[in-house]
Design a protein around this ligand. Structure first.
Ligand code: HEM
Length: 153
């Protein structure tokens, strides 16, 4: 085969491989962080969510949770939870707060209180019109912390 022909076949092969790679990149879903609207989207949801938790009557019936609001005021919680969600969803942040066991073990959180938290979280996600698929993905991530947070049946 003449050399020029060989070169043109090789070029065609490289071109089609490159096209298929770029098509794959276009098909790959964006990281959850981006689909949530980056830090702007995440901080809006977290801000609303922490306001709901702090005001929640059922959660405040637990004296340990109520006391925790004073030792960790809402702006601090909003900052830490936003950093954590940003990192866990593939964003550029680095969470530097305490581990989930260490920060919740003394709060005596029950299964029922976890359910109340989940309901309030959903209200915040709905308020900012986070689509169902992203809500599920995010809540699956949050769910990985449950075993460290819930210490009462
Ligand atoms: C029923 C569920 C929950 C309740 C009632 C709750 C309540 C609290 C309270 C009161 C504190 C402050 C504790 C203190 O200063 O003594 C705290 C800290 C914190 N919580 Fe939760 N929490 C819950 C679930 C979660 C979940 C699901 C996440 C994240 C996935 C989370 C992330 C955090 C973070 C990042 C901190 C701060 C850690 C630090 O101080 O470095 N919490 N939580």
């Amino acid at each position: 085969m003449p050399f020029a022909k060989l070169i043109s076949i090789a070029a065609a092969l490289i071109f089609s491989a490159a096209m298929s790679l770029s098509a794959q990149a276009a098909d790959a879903p964006k990281p959850l962080y981006e689909r949530l609207g980056g830090l702007k989207g995440i901080t809006l949801v977290v801000d609303d969510f922490i306001d709901r938790l702090v005001a929640n009557r059922t959660l405040n019936k637990n004296p340990a949770i109520k006391a925790g609001r004073i030792s960790s005021p809402p702006p601090y919680l909003k900052f830490q939870v936003s950093q954590m969600v940003c990192e866990a969803t593939g964003g550029p942040c680095k969470y530097t707060g305490k581990g989930m066991k260490e920060s919740h073990v003394h709060l005596n959180i029950s299964e029922k209180e976890w359910g109340v938290m989940a309901g309030e979280f959903k209200k915040s996600l709905n308020k900012f019109k986070v689509p169902a698929a992203e809500q599920k993905e995010l809540f699956d991530i949050v769910g990985t912390t449950k075993a460290d947070i819930v210490t009462r049946p």
